[in-house]
Design a protein around this ligand. Structure first.
Ligand code: CAA
Length: 381
């Protein structure tokens, strides 16, 4: 067992850290305040190879492993969790899904542009009445002979307004239950696609989240992803991978809040000495560092298993469950360490607490992660 990072991993860490410090930190409070999408920064992420990190270079990706992806997301999330989710959805929910399950035409027509950052992707599964209960989706894609006809509403779609390519999960044969569900590539510019208003969110405010309406949208048969009826399994497998990305995002939020707290605690004095010399603060720092280290190891482990083609549904759910709880705990303690300063925007940690909460909700709530973990444990008995 080797716990050391390779030269390549360290280079990715350095590049992502540098990008986050120099390109994401400036303006972050304003982007959060006014919900401004970081268009220039997303373009730069494409140029740096962060938008298709695990995609084969033949489809314009960076050809890196999932551990590199976790490392980059942690560094970016330390500064800007909103930019991280834009990147994560494009990488693991869209690019990975298309590379793993899409036809050669889909890879050439869509994946190449998504992986290079020329276009942005969104993953459309959730609906107004189907979030955790994903087999209950009502959006229909009915077979019309030479095309599928798409009708329905998708909710809380990350990158919903800015993406030009959607990976849409829809029901084609309701009588078959989840075995009637299909996955498709849909273009924003097609007739009948309508973007709903932007959600006004608690956190990750500069990422754009919309509902998307489909009215009689014609999907060419060539845009079906994988075999007919396999859409639900495809969505679940994509989410298994996506959860590693969200776990890394949560890890980064926690690590970012911890780094700020550590620095502040050595600078701020109370009762005649830096507060880091008071045991009350030392115990908090120790708990934060321990939870972050455990979360990081779980993220790396899930990523390692995915890279080795081993099963990773349980490990990714565990990594997300632990890291998202760590993000909540650490950001709350970070505010406590900062005292009154922690409660105002200039010190960043209040934004980090707001950003942390969504990691317990999207790509499967913590309750759903427990369900996935329990089912995997029982399956192996
Ligand atoms: N990996 C692989 N296959 C899975 C799976 C997983 N994690 N979970 C379920 N499946 C398979 C099952 O094995 C089953 O197939 P078989 O019959 O062949 O065995 C099939 O899918 C149906 O599963 P269940 O019978 O277990 O269905 P269920 O309704 O009891 O439970 C669920 C399904 C696990 C709860 C699922 O609905 C789920 O994961 N819900 C959460 C959905 C979610 O994560 N949504 C996130 C939205 S996307 C998002 O947030 C993106 C964003 O913008 C940031």
């Amino acid at each position: 067992m080797d716990f050391s990072l390779s030269e390549e991993h360290l280079a990715v860490k350095e590049a992502a850290r540098d990008f986050a410090q120099h390109e994401l930190l400036p303006g972050i409070i304003e982007r959060d305040d006014h919900q401004l999408f970081p268009s220039d920064q997303v373009k730069m992420m494409g140029e740096l190879g962060f938008m298709g990190m695990m995609v084969d270079p033949q489809y314009n990706g960076s050809g890196m492993d999932t551990i590199s992806y976790v490392i980059a997301l942690e560094e970016i999330s330390k500064i800007d969790a909103a930019a991280a989710v834009i990147m994560s959805v494009n990488n693991s929910l869209v690019c990975w899904g298309l590379e793993e399950y899409g036809s050669e035409d889909i890879k050439n027509n869509y994946l190449k542009k998504l992986a290079s950052g020329e276009s942005l992707g969104a993953f459309c599964l959730s609906e107004p009445e189907a979030g955790s209960d994903a087999t209950a989706i009502k959006t229909k894609a009915l077979d019309q002979g030479d095309h599928f006809l798409l009708n329905g509403v998708k909710n809380w779609i990350t990158n919903g307004g800015t993406a030009s390519v959607y990976l849409v999960i829809a029901q084609s044969n309701p009588e078959k239950g989840y075995k009637g569900i299909n996955a498709f590539v849909v273009e924003k510019q097609w007739e009948g696609v309508q973007i709903g208003p932007k959600e006004n969110k608690l956190g990750i405010r500069s990422s754009d989240t919309h509902s998307i309406m489909f009215h009689d949208v014609k999907i060419p048969k060539a845009n079906l992803i994988g075999q007919e009826g396999s859409g639900f399994k495809i969505a679940m497998n994509i989410l298994n991978g996506g959860r590693i990305g969200i776990a890394a995002q949560a890890l980064g939020i926690a690590a970012g809040a911890y780094e700020l707290s550590l620095r502040y605690s050595t600078e701020r004095k109370a009762f005649g000495k830096p507060i880091s010399e008071h045991q009350a603060i030392q115990f908090k720092l120790a708990d934060m560092a321990t939870a972050i280290e455990a979360s990081r190891l779980m993220c790396y482990h899930a990523a390692y298993r995915k890279d080795q083609n081993l099963s990773f549904a349980k490990e990714s759910a565990m990594a997300k469950l632990l890291s998202s709880q760590t993000a909540m705990d650490v950001t709350a303690e970070a505010i406590q360490i900062h005292g009154g300063y922690g409660y105002v925007k200039e010190y960043h940690v209040e934004r980090m607490l707001r950003d942390a909460k969504i990691t317990q909700i999207y790509e499967g709530t913590s309750e759903i992660q427990r369900l996935v973990i329990a089912r995997e444990i029982l399956k192996s008995m």
